[in-house]
Write a protein that binds this ligand. Structure first.
Ligand code: 5AD
Ligand code: SF4
Length: 363
């Protein structure tokens, strides 16, 4: 409906905090205008391609104890695993053969010497095995400046570290109060990642206990002011073996968090225009077409899971995580992903954002 309140907000050139709040809280009907606008901005700013990052969940051994996460240190109900070197290389070569263009290596947090050395070696080897062609994203938590630099020198060029909640007060409520879980440390790591030269990604969970609409508006402002290159956001989903999930969940709440995440994606797209935004697996957990819906609201990246199937039960960050189908050559549809009309798969390319280049040249 032209002339509605949301249309005038959408048409503004710069959006302030109250505009963001208005977009977060508009009616469902108005939200469709928000989504359409976001998809148009995506098409104009980064194109109509959906880029793929083959996801390799390297290990579920984690030194941290985040109150929301099923992989937390104190959850003794899961069996811990670490993929072998061969298993990682095989998954990376599957991504290469499928022409994915890039992979993302994710893991529970570990900064032991063995872990740091192994990752460095894997990055080097994967680059060599693919003639330097494979793009490598790391999502391996908080590390020292030296470690970030070594992995960068080995050939990783993107790093994803979610701030989880950009409000320090909220961050404190969803993490244990100890030196392993400090907001300031996490923020410092994110800065170091950016300084090291990585394309830098962050993100938050949507619908955390204690989180308010104001917090979400501030999350968007945080990402804008930090000048991130990539974002991965997803709805919070209770895991019953965690302190924040012990009381279970309610499907209505999940649906609300899902819708709110779509709005967050759309708003971020409108405000940051040319960054990469992931359609997360958590979206797919709540709605089988969740990633497609995220794409139609402005996201442009999906991360098909390439972790060997037998390990996946161990990587249940939240309950009901999908993706048990094996993705391989004969089964690219194991992606379980349907392109939405008007988009194409961005195969054989790293899928870098124009944003990163602009940030470097200061234009
Ligand atoms: N629900 C949704 N997302 C979660 N994560 C961890 N636990 C949950 C949960 N219960 C997200 C965090 C983390 C990423 C690996 O998964 O944002 O950074
Ligand atoms: Fe570990 Fe990450 Fe889970 Fe926190 S969110 S417990 S760091 S795997």
């Amino acid at each position: 409906m032209m002339g509605s309140a949301i249309a005038s907000v959408l048409d503004r050139k710069d959006h302030d905090r109250s505009d963001i709040l208005e977009m977060l809280q508009c009616s469902e009907e108005d939200a469709h205008q928000l989504y359409r606008k976001a998809a148009a901005v995506r098409n104009r700013s980064v194109g109509k391609q959906v880029f793929l990052r083959g996801l390799i969940e390297y290990s579920n051994i984690c030194g941290k104890n985040c109150l929301y996460c099923g992989v937390r240190r104190d959850n003794q109900k899961i069996e811990r695993y670490t993929l072998s070197r061969e298993e990682v290389l095989e998954a990376a070569m599957t991504a290469y053969r499928l022409n994915f263009g890039s992979i993302a290596i994710q893991s529970g947090e570990n900064s032991s010497k063995v872990f740091v050395d192994t990752i460095e070696n894997l990055v080097t080897t994967i680059r060599e095995m693919t003639g330097g062609k494979m793009g490598i994203t790391l999502s391996l938590g908080e590390q020292s400046r030296e470690t970030y630099q070594r992995w960068f020198d080995a050939g990783a060029h993107r790093y994803l570290l979610r701030i989880e909640a950009s409000s320090e007060a909220l961050y404190r409520r969803v993490h244990p109060d100890d030196d392993m879980h400090r907001y300031k440390k996490r923020l410092e790591c994110l800065k170091i990642i950016q300084e090291t030269g990585y394309q830098t990604g962050t993100g938050v969970m949507v619908g955390l206990p204690y989180q308010t609409m104001s917090d979400l508006a501030d999350d968007i402002i945080f990402m804008r002011d930090f000048d991130i290159d990539m974002c991965g956001m997803g709805p919070f989903i209770e895991h019953s073996d965690t302190p924040l999930g012990a009381r279970g969940t309610d499907n209505l709440f999940l649906r609300e968090r899902f819708n709110l995440t779509l709005r967050m994606i759309a708003i971020l797209r409108i405000i940051m225009k040319d960054i990469n935004i992931v359609a997360s697996t958590a979206m797919q957990t709540i709605d089988p077409a969740g990633r497609e819906k995220a794409i139609s609201c402005g996201a442009n990246v999906v991360m098909p899971n390439l972790t060997p199937a037998r390990f996946r039960a161990g990587y249940q960050i939240y309950e009901g995580k999908p993706g048990y189908r094996e993705v391989n050559e004969s089964n690219i549809s194991g992606l379980n992903f349907d392109l939405i009309p008007g988009t194409t798969l961005g195969l054989g390319t790293w899928g870098d954002t124009p944003h990163f280049g602009r940030r470097l040249t200061g234009k």
